[in-house]
Design a protein around this ligand. Structure first.
Ligand SMILES: Cc1ncc(COP(=O)(O)O)c(C=O)c1O
Length: 388
């Protein structure tokens, strides 16, 4: 099999095979899960295949890391116990006290909370900016001390699209690194490293796991020096994914391409159906030609994905009514699973940024469109919206 990150075959072939060699003793086609926390040594320091202790290395986690690197086009991937654990490790590995993170003003609320409330007291400053305004970002980065530029595209939940290649150039000109949170797109729809980004971060809890049954995160890079720093923090701090979590994530990742096609089909149809419906003020979906980021998304993404945000004329009351009236769309946090979910960001996923400049409009619902039959999903939304 190819080395970690080597891109020799199509996406779906890599998804199924990278890191998944059959087990040599029995021929088991699915590699066995390794739960062992420690490994026998053939004499002191005589390690078999480098395995010594579970925090430092585990074959099931390594298999997932190889698969992730192969799908993001990176040289190295590191898997963590959650998306935020991955973000924390990457910031601690790459930033020092006095550094500044320039991040999108519609970043995931938990990312903002991590940076502003956990890391700021340790000397990491942050500056939220509108990432779609490249001149504004350039000015913010030029102020000095900017170590990371941090962007989500599509963003959560405003579905803004940012030009990754332009942002990478701008960050590099100022001596900063570009981090892309690729959770919404997934590696099937978008590969930021190929567009010039330095680091990709994922909440693998979402599309990568894909079945709402495992929490995890990942960092992927294409540079040996960055890899060494992040790998060291993974080992030294230890927020690694456990073997069962790594296995579930690998199993989900094998079908990512098939799922993303279906998520994208369903979301496109739902977005088009929502446009112009009585009670609907605005539909935010990059697959709609009127979306301001449509052309850019078409250029840097394979398709437009499964996330749709919608704003209602009737404000907060209307959004709450719809959120609490659907039957197939389950009212729940998170996204990216095969089942459709409905989220009211202002009070749920983004409650932590309420009252800040990252606050989400109160008339907005975020839909994570699943892989069910789209006619059933539309009927569900129709019944809920007709209550307005
Ligand atoms: C875009 C984005 N990034 C990061 C995270 C954090 O990931 P986790 O919840 O796995 O810690 C989330 C979680 O919702 C997210 O939506």
């Amino acid at each position: 099999m190819p080395e970690q990150g080597e891109k020799t075959t199509g996406f779906n072939t890599r998804a199924v095979h990278a890191g998944q060699e059959f087990e040599p003793r029995t021929g088991a086609v699915v590699p066995p899960l390794h739960f062992s926390s420690t490994y026998a040594q053939d004499g002191i320091g005589g390690l078999r295949s480098g395995y010594e202790y579970g925090r430092g290395g585990n074959p099931t986690r390594d298999a997932l890391q190889e698969q992730l690197a192969a799908l993001e086009g990176g040289s190295h991937a590191y898997s963590f116990s959650s998306g935020l654990a991955a973000e924390d490790a990457l910031i601690r590995a790459l930033c020092s006290p006095g550094d500044r993170i320039v991040l999108g003003n519609d970043a995931y609320g938990g990312t903002y909370r991590l940076i502003s409330r956990v890391l700021a007291p340790w000397g990491i400053a942050n500056q939220p900016v509108d990432m779609s305004d490249l001149d504004g970002v350039r000015a913010a980065v030029a102020e000095g001390g900017a170590r990371l530029v941090w962007v989500e595209t599509p963003s959560n939940p405003m579905m803004k699209i940012t030009d990754i290649a332009a942002l990478a150039e701008l960050a590099h000109d100022a001596g900063a690194l570009l981090v892309v949170d690729n959770t919404f797109a997934s590696p099937y729809l978008q590969n930021p490293l190929a567009l010039g980004a330095d680091v990709v971060v994922h909440s693998t809890t979402k599309y990568i796991g894909g079945h709402s049954d495992v929490v995890g995160g990942a960092v992927v890079v294409n540079d040996g020096e960055l890899a060494e720093k992040i790998g060291f923090v993974q080992f030294a701090v230890g927020a690694v994914s456990g073997p069962m979590d790594a296995f579930l994530t690998t199993r989900g990742l094998k079908t990512l391409g098939v799922r993303m096609e279906r998520h994208s089909d369903n979301a496109q149809k739902i977005a088009e159906w929502l446009v112009g419906r009585p009670g609907v003020e605005q539909v935010l979906y990059p697959g709609l030609p009127e979306h301001p980021g449509h052309e850019l998304a078409a250029k840097q993404m394979r398709r437009f994905g499964g996330m749709v945000s919608v704003q209602f004329v009737g404000g907060e009351a209307a959004a709450r009514t719809v959120a609490e009236s659907t039957r197939l769309f389950t009212l729940a946090e998170s996204l990216g699973g095969i089942e459709s979910l409905m989220n009211y960001p202002s009070e749920m996923t983004h409650a932590s940024v309420k009252g800040t400049e990252l606050a989400v409009p109160v008339n907005l619902l975020r839909l994570s469109v699943g892989i069910e039959d789209v006619d059933d999903l539309i009927a569900d939304l129709d019944a809920a919206i007709s209550r307005l």
